[in-house]
Design a protein around this ligand. Structure first.
Ligand code: NAP
Length: 272
């Protein structure tokens, strides 16, 4: 293993990635002599790029679009959660082998527990059935959520997800959301609605119980229209930035040997 620990984020394109900012902040904070770089690698060169990085002593990599499924296929060992989610975002190079993990669900739960400490696993209404929803649902089931209502614009995607995951999922029609909000202790938006440049998520939150927590995976803008309306109803809201920050922590620990803290200075650094 090289004395100067290095890791990378690999994607295509990669310019938008906030991962270098997060990991470099922690390297500086913990005074670790190492580096974290971004690499733009097209799909046909992805496998070779992993071989090359491992051969020159990199400790591992984050992987993002479009390599998350290929990363799973390239690994010698796959964590149970990455296997269930069907995608990896964190690779660890160890003893000439590649270990693949998916830390999005960990990031989601760590953020929820940090920002809504009174939240207890009960029932959840999850909006969306894409890659992020898979990670959220696996994490919610692991945390002991007993009922997961799942609504997606394209119902067949929600049904496929309900079949694939060992979680207590009841799929509901998008139109049924207003009637089922009263059953939810937690509302999670995993769709891209509400993101800058996308239409807002237009749901009347009036039927949600007063103890319900509302969380949005979208973090640009930080305070989405959904969260603003939840706050106007005095509900507890949790923004999506913390998930992005917490999902990075297990990789940092594996590569650089310290479990890093997600603090306010990091939040500010990433928002800049
Ligand atoms: P994805 O796989 O492309 O899924 C997108 C989801 O949004 C699908 O369920 C899709 O529904 C739904 N959707 C898109 N446009 C819609 C519309 N006009 N009306 C209703 N539903 C619509 O994307 P993803 O990877 O799951 O990511 C989803 C969001 O989560 C993105 O905003 C992403 O930035 C965010 N995210 C945040 C974090 C974090 O760390 N905070 C981590 C991962 C993802 P259909 O199936 O009907 O197309």
């Amino acid at each position: 293993m090289s004395l100067f620990p290095q890791a990378a984020v690999i994607g295509h394109p990669i310019g938008h990635s906030k991962s270098p900012r997060i990991h470099r902040y922690w390297l500086e904070k913990y005074q670790i002599q190492g580096d974290y770089i971004r690499l733009d690698v097209p799909p046909d060169l992805f496998g070779r790029s992993l071989e090359m990085l491992a051969s020159i002593g990199f400790r591992g990599a984050n992987v993002t679009i479009p390599h998350k499924e290929a990363a799973l296929a390239a690994a010698d060992h796959v964590s149970e959660r990455a296997c269930l989610i069907g995608a990896a975002n964190t690779l660890i190079f160890q003893d000439n082998e590649i270990i693949a993990d998916n830390t999005d669900g960990h990031g989601f739960l760590a953020n929820l527990r940090e920002k809504a400490p009174a939240w207890k696993p009960g029932s959840a209404l999850v909006l969306g059935a894409g890659g992020a929803a898979r990670a959220v649902i696996v994490a919610l089931a692991e945390a002991g959520v007993a009922q997961i209502l799942l609504a997606n614009r394209t119902p067949s995607r929600a049904e496929a997800l309900a079949h694939a995951l060992p979680a207590p999922i009841e799929t509901i029609a998008w139109e049924a959301i207003p009637a089922r909000l009263k059953d939810a202790d937690l509302l999670v938006n995993t769709t891209s609605l509400g993101m800058t440049g996308q239409p807002p998520l237009e749901i009347d939150l009036a039927p949600l119980p007063s103890h319900a927590v509302v969380t949005d995976l979208v973090y640009a803008p930080l305070m989405t229209d959904l969260l603003k309306r939840a706050r106007a109803r005095d509900l507890h809201v949790v923004d999506g930035l913390g998930m992005l920050l917490h999902q990075a922590a297990p990789g940092f620990e594996a590569w650089f040997g310290t479990m890093p803290e997600v603090d306010d200075a990091l939040r500010e650094k990433v928002l800049k």
